[in-house]
Design a protein around this ligand. Structure first.
Ligand code: MN
Ligand code: MN
Length: 454
């Protein structure tokens, strides 16, 4: 396999590293779906995108976007051809595995104050202990006021974390299977140890609650209507002595979301309408009003059609039927430490470029979209015409495991969809790793897809 690195000109190499640096910084600023939407909206506005709600008429080249409940968004660049002839759609998710605070979360035990959590998405729980963590999210008060929380990101901020058992006393724990070494109910965040003077009942908790009251104006009951995510406090960093990779929290799937976002931001006057949809809740089944299963996307597209006076049920369905999509999500990068879980012929490798997966799923392709070969051929044509380096893979060897994406959900609207994405090591760990070469090639692939897929 010839890697992206070997094909680079000096100019391309410079562009690749510059893009990697843009992404590294963006990833550090967007550790929650809300933060991603906030930053993406800023970039969209700066690139001339207008809120769909404010638009009365649409013509080719117009750029519009819509945001759903501050947690997912979609963007469009209107094409020369009528919308009913279909869109070229980039999709990715912007939620990542993490720990969420429970509703009744603050409690005092043995002179310490802790925050009880429920993990979100599939994690190896033992990876999330004994490391610096930050709190990100919102607390919504009864009068509707939203208090933003972000503690642990500035170098002067305190961090929190979950304790682990010292090795000296862990003989029994070390005999347990990895799934049980750290149990879900043991994921309690240590938030303080200082008692309030002259307070008899739960003085350490009282001190912490007073801090919340003084600094944020929130009461204990306000946590009932909060959404606070406990995430790794580290900044994404260059990884490898040659700086060829990036280590950071939440590459899954912000690496595909950011590259898709950049591709549509830089799209001008496409032939077919370009679309980028970034969704929440993929890690827990694409459920909820902001997940891919929500009717929101269909509603937005119907509004677009209505602006051109073409929104009958048949026209709406035809628009989807003629659309083509890249459902982008990370895949597993082949790992020489664990070669036995993969089929080397059908694996993704760091530096191999964007990955296309005809199917995902597990146990006989269960739950997979399985793209049509006619569509796969069109993708090959466009990638080759644009000199984009790509590889193909399956998520692991047959019967080892598997995974799902949002691909099958859009395919239900009767459109051509294929899974695409960027290979990652340490998937779902607090620090994931991607290759800068694949990030750059993903971005180039998305631009080519929006421009040239018919
Ligand atoms: Mn994912
Ligand atoms: Mn995932």
């Amino acid at each position: 396999m010839k890697t992206v690195w070997e094909k680079l000109t000096a100019k391309e190499e410079k562009a690749l590293f510059a893009f990697g640096e843009d992404y590294r910084k963006f990833l550090g600023m967007t550790k929650t779906e809300r933060e991603f939407v906030r930053e993406a909206e800023k970039l969209a506005k700066a690139a001339g995108f207008k809120p769909l709600a404010e638009v009365k008429k649409l013509k080719a080249g117009d750029k519009v976007y819509a945001v759903n409940r501050k947690k997912n968004l979609c963007m469009f660049v209107i094409g020369e051809k009528p919308l009913t002839e279909g869109m070229n759609i980039l999709g990715a998710h912007i939620d990542s595995p993490r720990l969420d605070l429970k509703q009744h979360t603050v409690y005092e035990k043995d002179g310490l104050v802790l925050l009880d959590t429920h993990y979100y998405g599939g994690i190896k729980k033992y990876q999330w202990v004994a490391r610096p963590m930050a709190l990100h999210g919102v607390v919504v008060k009864k009068d509707g006021t939203i208090v933003e929380i972000c503690i642990g990101e500035k170098s002067t901020d305190p961090v929190v974390g979950i304790s682990d058992l010292l090795i000296h006393l862990a003989a029994k724990q070390m005999e347990k299977p990895a799934a049980k070494v750290v149990e879900g109910e043991a994921l309690n965040v240590l938030a303080g140890s200082r008692p309030m003077k002259k307070e008899e009942k739960e003085p350490v908790k009282a001190y912490l609650l007073k801090l919340f009251k003084d600094q944020y104006g929130i009461e204990e009951d306000d946590f009932l209507s909060a959404e606070i995510e406990v995430v790794p406090a580290d900044e994404p960093r260059d990884y490898g002595l040659d700086r060829s990779m990036i280590m950071g929290y939440g590459h899954d799937d912000r690496v595909c979301a950011y590259t898709s976002l950049r591709a549509i931001l830089e799209t001008e006057k496409p032939e077919r309408t370009s679309c980028c949809i970034l969704v929440d809740k993929e890690e827990i089944g694409s459920v909820g009003a902001t997940g891919m299963h929500s009717r929101w996307f269909e509603t937005v597209v119907t509004k677009l059609l209505a602006l051109s006076g073409k929104a009958t049920p048949v026209e709406i369905n035809e628009t989807f039927e003629h659309s083509r999509m890249l459902s982008s999500d990370v895949s597993n990068a082949f790992d020489p430490n664990y070669p036995e879980v993969s089929d080397p012929k059908n694996s993704a490798y760091f530096g191999g470029g964007i990955v296309f997966m005809k199917f995902t799923g597990s146990r006989g392709k269960g739950g997979s979209n399985d793209a049509n070969p006619e569509y796969v051929a069109e993708i090959r044509r466009v990638m080759d015409d644009n000199k984009v380096t790509f590889q193909t893979c399956e998520l692991g060897a047959v019967d080892v495991g598997g995974g799902g994406t949002i691909a099958y959900i859009l395919a239900q609207l009767n459109m051509d969809v294929i899974d695409a994405g960027i290979p990652v090591q340490n998937m779902h760990a607090p620090s994931e790793v991607v290759s800068k070469a694949d990030v750059y090639e993903g971005y180039r692939a998305y631009k080519a897809f929006l421009k040239d897929v018919k």
